[in-house]
Ligand binder design. Structure first.
Ligand code: SF4
Ligand code: SF4
Length: 270
């Protein structure tokens, strides 16, 4: 079974890249990267050339999955005894745990830290992914993994951890007008995993609304990323590259009604 899928898993980001995955862009000078009177640094150099994280990859699902696709209502073998004694997938993630607006909203509500404070405290960082600047969880520089991992090797933000942390070791495959889940059989090392309903594994309120958001966000990023690749001049490329960051991350969210705020912004971005 072959599929073209979004890289929603955390440790297979070096999978086979699609064409044109190496992409160079000049970003604004670091002092221009500001919002609401605050500025922050994405990188020391004003000219950033990166091998971008590629969210879409050509991949053979038969090699990495059990060959099945799941909906939120299906049972899947992911139960790992609450990860007891294991935190390996919180330590070896690199910069692959991309954060979406729901994650940032949740993190803000749960930690009471603004997007800027999360950046300043080294909890998150910014990187290029498919032509746009997106936040991802930042690992500690001493090799101790995610900064939210506590001394007992447990997630200190478990109740409001990001969507990709909830998903693992599942991934998503995007199809025409929707997506389904697949199980990455080589990712979690626990033996004898039990069957759990996908929606129970994710533990996200109102799963249908959340899935609609995930799809809308995926489609939006895909469209903007495509426009960046086709941009005729550097000014347009910069504008598009920054637009997602400004509209969906730098602008703070109210604590209530995330989805209302998201779709209002999406309307402005379309
Ligand atoms: S590898 Fe499996 S058991 Fe270990 S932390 Fe990750 S999900 Fe939990
Ligand atoms: S946020 Fe929590 S679950 Fe996610 S990588 Fe960090 S410690 Fe692990």
């Amino acid at each position: 079974m072959d599929g073209r899928l979004a890289c929603t898993d955390r440790r297979t980001s070096d999978g086979q890249r699609t064409a044109s995955s190496i992409y160079a862009v000049s970003l604004p000078a670091k002092n221009d990267l500001s919002y609401g009177g605050k500025s922050f640094i994405m990188a020391e150099d004003e000219k950033i050339e990166k091998a971008e994280k590629n969210m879409e990859r050509e991949i053979d699902l038969a090699e990495i999955s059990d060959g099945r696709l799941y909906t939120a209502e299906d049972l899947v073998k992911v139960g790992c005894g609450d990860c007891a004694g294991c935190s390996s997938c919180c330590r070896e993630t690199g910069n692959t745990i991309l954060l979406d607006p729901y994650d940032i909203w949740q993190l803000g509500c749960g930690t009471k830290l603004s997007f800027f404070e999360l950046l300043e405290q080294g909890r998150i960082e910014l990187n290029m992914a498919d032509g746009v600047i997106l936040p991802n969880l930042k690992l500690r520089e001493n090799g101790e993994g995610c900064s939210f991992l506590n001394e007992e090797g447990r997630c200190s933000i478990h109740a409001f951890r990001p969507g990709l942390c909830r998903l693992f070791p599942l991934g998503r495959i995007y199809e025409e007008g929707g997506f389904r889940y697949f199980l990455q059989v080589h990712e979690c090392h626990k033996q004898n995993r039990s069957k759990v309903k996908v929606k129970k594994w994710l533990r996200i309120p109102d799963i249908r609304r959340y899935e609609a958001f995930v799809l809308a966000w995926h489609d939006y990023l895909k469209r903007v990323g495509g426009e960046v690749k086709c941009a005729e001049d550097e000014a347009r490329m910069k504008e598009l590259t920054m637009s997602v960051l400004r509209l969906f991350f730098l602008l703070p969210y109210e604590e209530n009604d995330f989805y209302g705020q998201f779709y209002e912004r999406l309307g402005k971005g379309n």
